[in-house]
Design a protein around this ligand. Structure first.
Ligand SMILES: [Zn+2]
Length: 94
């Protein structure tokens, strides 16, 4: 596993990646989380849910008029595959 000087971690309160500037969790961050929580999907989802709550509160203060779909962004990608069919793996860039 390659470690870079700047990890793909969220910059609060913007919730953009400190490394690549994408909306967190970016693809490298997702991969890293999958490795970190390999074999414990429940813990991963719990961890992401906590971060989602934090992000929602902070983003709501920054953009009270917008309500981003954080559930999709934080949780859907991490769900176990195979039960609901393949989902689109693309990143809607809004
Ligand atoms: Zn990143």
């Amino acid at each position: 596993m390659v470690r870079r000087a700047i990890p793909h971690v969220p910059m609060r309160p913007l919730w953009r990646c400190r490394n690549c500037g994408a909306e967190w969790p970016c693809q490298p961050a997702r991969l890293g989380l999958l490795v970190e929580f390999r074999g414990d999907r429940t813990a991963l989802l719990f961890y992401l849910a906590q971060l989602m709550v934090e992000a929602r509160a902070q983003l709501a203060q920054l953009h009270p008029e917008r309500a981003p779909d954080l559930h999709e962004r934080f949780l859907n990608w991490a769900r176990a595959r195979g039960d609901a069919g393949p989902g689109p793996d693309g990143d809607p860039d809004r």
